[in-house]
Design a protein around this ligand. Structure first.
Ligand code: SF4
Length: 455
């Protein structure tokens, strides 16, 4: 049922529900283009592909379009690299009026030759933006020509911003990655090996997860794309398993690899004690021919959990009964957050995502408490009103939700790709609890009290 106490655009009503007992059938409308004029929080197709490919650190990333697209996504993730940092540069062909009239292919070609000569990358990703879709530059032809001349993969990413949703950008990124998967040698890869998919090494999270798998005796062939290297991606089809987190962005790649190379996949989440432990156990179950992998997983979980529980007690005490609003990119992450917040004694009053599908929202509905607002592809006005009405003490979101929280006098936890502290893994649960605690109980709220209630 849609809440009557706030104004909602007519065209948005089927993307907002409040969970109530014995209400009409829950049927969330999602996976659609954003409603014109609603000022969606959702990013464009180009941004979707950019965030997925950005952490490939030894590749050149060239944004073919006006400078604004490159500026919008410059250094867009907090993805760290253990080696090269070419990914942090935001190269652009900086198309101007005359390029729009006469075409930008020559400019793209010249830019690529110059950049490849200067930076000697292992591969290059060329992103199409809105304007390229409109003027019809043949970036495939330019990429093919440069590939032949420079003898390295120059990969077009068909991510014209207006052509769909952020999810279409994920698909464009997976299509580009799939062109290099399978081009390297798989010699020497252990039968007890995996790829970490959909982990972007924000604040070093991929290193934490990789260490867990290595402690279990497993070889990590590639992390796609956190701390990513082109040569690792080339040979990752030799791994025995794809472990997919952030399924919205990488499930497509996992499915393509299963079809073409027969690599099976499982879906996991690394957020919260419950889901992190389950991820390690699920991976160990896959390798059940070698029972010591499960033994090591159990030992690891037991050690980490027994160290973690006492440290969380202080936060649980202070946060018990507080109310949280979650608005994140993928719905899968929201599931883990709800469980983690519940562990801390908090109640989730709003749960939403930019890219969830019907199955995701059905799961979200089952997981949420009565009265929780569930929303797809929301906007600042809706989020602000729900946060006020539900008297949330905390918003969990990304860079676009942060100002909403602060303006409303509400605590904030950045769980998006700009974050600077690791929130994945067992140590991530501690960091998450501490961040939530510090923000919700901050003395600053004495001077900027929470706006709230219906009165
Ligand atoms: S691709 Fe289009 S929607 Fe995306 S940033 Fe560029 S102009 Fe904006």
């Amino acid at each position: 049922m849609i809440m009557e106490s706030i104004e909602i655009l007519e065209g948005r009503k089927k993307q907002i529900y409040q969970k109530e007992q014995n209400t009409e059938q829950f049927d969330m409308t999602c996976d659609t283009k954003s409603l014109s004029g609603s000022v969606s929080q959702r990013a464009c197709v180009f941004c979707g592909s950019r965030v997925v490919l950005y952490p490939v650190a030894d590749a050149l990333h060239v944004v073919h379009g006006p400078i604004g697209c490159a500026a919008y996504t410059w250094d867009i993730r907090g993805a760290v690299s253990s080696g090269p940092e070419l990914h942090r540069m935001s190269f652009s062909t900086d198309l101007k009026e005359m390029d729009v009239i006469y075409g930008g292919e020559k400019k793209l070609y010249a830019s690529l030759i110059e950049l490849i000569d200067q930076y000697q990358p292992k591969a290059a990703f060329i992103y199409s933006t809105c304007i390229i879709g409109l003027i019809g530059d043949d970036i495939d032809a330019v990429c093919k020509k440069v590939t032949q001349e420079k003898d390295l993969p120059v990969l077009p990413v068909h991510s014209e911003g207006f052509k769909g949703t952020k999810k279409d950008g994920y698909a464009a990124a997976c299509n580009a990655l799939m062109k290099i998967v399978g081009t390297g040698s798989t010699e020497g890869i252990s039968p007890y090996s995996l790829n970490i998919l959909g982990e972007f090494n924000l604040a070093g999270e991929a290193w934490i997860i990789k260490d867990y798998y290595e402690q279990m005796g497993l070889e990590v062939v590639a992390t796609v794309t956190g701390d990513g290297r082109v040569d690792d991606i080339r040979r990752c089809h030799g791994a025995s398993l794809n472990v997919v987190q952030c399924s919205g962005s990488m499930l497509k790649l996992a499915k393509m690899m299963k079809e073409k190379y027969g690599v099976p996949y499982i879906r996991v989440s690394y957020f919260g004690i419950e889901d992190m432990s389950k991820a390690l156990y699920d991976v160990a179950k896959h390798f059940n021919k070698k029972p010591e992998i499960m033994d090591k997983a159990k030992k690891l979980v037991s050690k980490e959990v027994s160290e973690m529980y006492p440290k969380l007690a202080k936060f649980k005490k202070a946060l018990n009964g507080k109310r949280a609003a979650i608005y994140v990119g993928g719905a899968f992450k929201a599931f883990s957050l709800i469980k983690a917040l519940r562990y801390l004694g908090m109640k989730v009053v709003l749960a939403g995502s930019q890219t969830g599908n019907k199955d995701d929202y059905n799961m979200l509905k089952d997981l949420c408490d009565e009265g929780t607002v569930i929303v797809d592809d929301s906007n600042p006005v809706e989020l602000s009103k729900f946060v006020l009405e539900k008297e949330a003490d905390l918003i969990i979101g990304g860079v676009k939700e942060r100002p909403i929280a602060y303006k409303l006098g509400v605590g904030f936890c950045d769980h998006n790709h700009e974050r600077k502290i690791p929130l994945a893994g067992f140590v991530g649960m501690f960091n998450f609890a501490r961040e939530v605690y510090q923000s919700v109980t901050s003395p600053v709220w004495q001077f900027a009290p929470r706006k709230g209630g219906l009165g």
